[in-house]
Design a protein around this ligand. Structure first.
Ligand code: FES
Length: 138
């Protein structure tokens, strides 16, 4: 008698997570260049019994031939970083909240507030297009 109630309460925790899915972001690989491009994509998430779609953003680029998909969330206090948004700091990701900076590959610039590199998403290629997967925390 107790088991069905316990099963009901913990069911979401027993289900396989959804962090392993890759999303086609509708971006041909030929359009992934060394200049970072902002890409939005939708992922389906579940939190307990609640499921919802969330729109995420990644900065996508090629760095030394490797495709990167960087999170725009600053590792200092969570503001949004953008590419070359401050003319004073060309060729960097810039966070306007406290002047945090990151190099093109997402590495935090020493002497600025962020203490860690930007998180990045796993990426895959399929049929000439870019797929973005789970977020890998730094
Ligand atoms: S939140 Fe980005 S530098 Fe503080």
């Amino acid at each position: 008698m107790l088991f069905p109630m316990v099963r009901f309460a913990v069911d979401p925790a027993l289900k396989k997570g959804e962090g392993g899915n890759f999303v086609d972001v509708n971006l041909p690989l030929s359009e992934v260049t060394d200049k970072p491009k902002s890409v939005q994509f939708k992922v389906h998430k579940k939190d307990g019994w609640y499921s919802f779609d969330e729109v995420l953003t990644a900065w996508v680029l090629r760095d030394k031939g490797k495709i990167l998909a960087l999170s725009p969330v600053c590792k200092h206090l969570g503001c949004t970083v953008s590419w070359e948004s401050n003319p004073q700091f060309p060729n960097t990701f810039f966070c306007p909240c406290h002047f945090g900076r990151y190099t093109k590959d997402g590495t935090n610039v020493p002497g600025t507030p962020p203490a860690k590199p930007l998180d990045h998403y796993e990426t895959k290629e399929a049929n000439g297009k870019l797929l973005i997967g789970p977020l890998l925390k730094t």
